[in-house]
Design a protein around this ligand. Structure first.
Ligand SMILES: N[C@@H](CCC(=O)N[C@@H](CS)C(=O)NCC(=O)O)C(=O)O
Length: 376
């Protein structure tokens, strides 16, 4: 038995960045291995069920697949160090977790794949080195890269939407930058679960691939600093001369963060509403048996959601995983008393996010044996 965790992950992977950052920030010792290691196939996959990263092996040999589940494992066992105490802050943290995991896939994919002159060699290095050095290495690398290029289109990045994806991302970046000039983390002086969700797309793709990283350095220095900070174990906030150590007092959600949520709501809300409609229609037609896989390669696709953004149509894969994360927002809300619910309602109303409290699927999604499955 080793005393260190093993994180199967890779530097350029979006979802790996979330779990890695959590382990770093919470000073949990780990060793990172890529899925190219033989052990992944022979020892991990049978228990992980799907070949996705991040997947964690605990010192006791437990296998936990999925970044949100990895974080929940530590949060549940360690007194929830990354859940802020106030109801508004808890909802905002859980919401940013969902936005990070599902709401920024278009800019993440666009800025990785549509600037090959700047990015391709860099990106290719990473895809190549996640494969073992066998005779099929080159072929497998091309296959994986093409698969992800295709994913960009599936998420709604087409030549017709490039400008739209960029204009929304730049507005978001500007708002987020204004926030991080005031505070080092989303909710003050320490990271919450929402920071970890958000670092997923903001690290490997938007904060590290050459083209978007330069864009971030040039236009949003404070966001760039947050990306660096999220990968350091200390607070890393020397530019804040008044730095505290906790989440903001009195359940404050600063106006600068509401401004970020307002921009995120522009596509997160219509996309979520359209995806719910699409998936509910699919559920009604297909009635998957309870326990059937709802997410990932083993799951059936419910199809695409169509919605309007800034006057343009977007068609994007309707993903049940988004609702798995929103269920958490909604169950936190369900536990609140009337007064707290009203303050949360008022806050979400001001930034166009109110529908996230009620939009949902007709069937719940649970985790069972490392898979997200349909409930009753
Ligand atoms: N819900 C999972 C998603 C993980 C995921 O899709 N990871 C990507 C890499 S960023 C992956 O492993 N893709 C390989 C595949 O889907 O086969 C999580 O949050 O950990």
């Amino acid at each position: 038995m080793s005393d260190s965790h093993i994180l199967y992950a890779i530097t350029h992977s979006l979802y790996s960045g979330r779990a890695r950052s959590y382990l770093i920030k919470n000073q949990i010792p780990f060793r990172e291995l890529s899925t190219g290691h033989e052990s992944f196939k022979t020892e991990v996959l049978p228990k992980a069920k799907l070949p996705t990263i991040p997947t964690l092996i605990t010192p006791q040999g437990e296998v936990i697949r999925d970044g949100a589940a990895i974080i929940e494992h530590f949060e549940a066992n360690n007194g929830r160090p990354c859940r802020p105490p106030g109801p508004k802050q808890q909802i905002v943290s859980a919401l940013f977790d969902a936005i990070g995991a599902e709401g920024l896939l278009r800019p993440a994919m666009h800025y990785r794949w549509n600037f090959p002159e700047d990015n391709l060699d860099f990106v290719r290095y990473h895809f190549l080195h996640s494969q073992r050095d066998t005779s099929q290495r080159e072929e497998k690398t091309e296959y994986m890269m093409n698969r992800m290029r295709h994913a960009a289109m599936i998420f709604g990045v087409t030549e017709h939407t490039h400008d739209l994806v960029e204009s929304l991302y730049l507005d978001y970046l500007q708002a987020l930058n204004a926030h991080f000039t005031q505070y080092p983390y989303l909710l003050g002086w320490r990271p919450c679960v929402g920071d970890f969700g958000l670092i997923g797309p903001m690290y490997a793709h938007l904060g590290r691939d050459p083209y978007p990283a330069r864009l971030m350095q040039q236009r949003a220095t404070s966001v760039y600093r947050w990306v660096e900070r999220m990968n350091r174990s200390d607070q890393d906030a020397p530019e804040f001369f008044n730095a505290g150590t906790e989440f903001l007092a009195n359940d404050e959600v600063p106006e600068s963060l509401l401004a970020v949520m307002r921009v995120c709501a522009e596509d997160f809300v219509p996309e979520t509403l359209a995806a719910a409609k699409r998936i509910n229609h699919w559920l009604a037609e297909n009635s998957p048996a309870p326990g059937t896989t709802a997410v990932g390669r083993l799951a059936e696709s419910p199809g695409n959601a169509e919605f309007s953004l800034r006057g343009q149509k977007i068609s994007a894969l309707a993903q049940p995983y988004r609702f798995f994360l929103l269920q958490r927002v909604q169950s936190l809300y369900a536990e609140l008393n009337e007064t707290h619910r009203s303050t949360v309602d008022a806050m979400l109303e001001t930034c166009g996010m109110l529908p996230v409290l009620t939009v949902g699927l007709d069937r719940q999604i649970h985790r069972e044996g490392n898979l997200e499955v349909w409930g009753d």
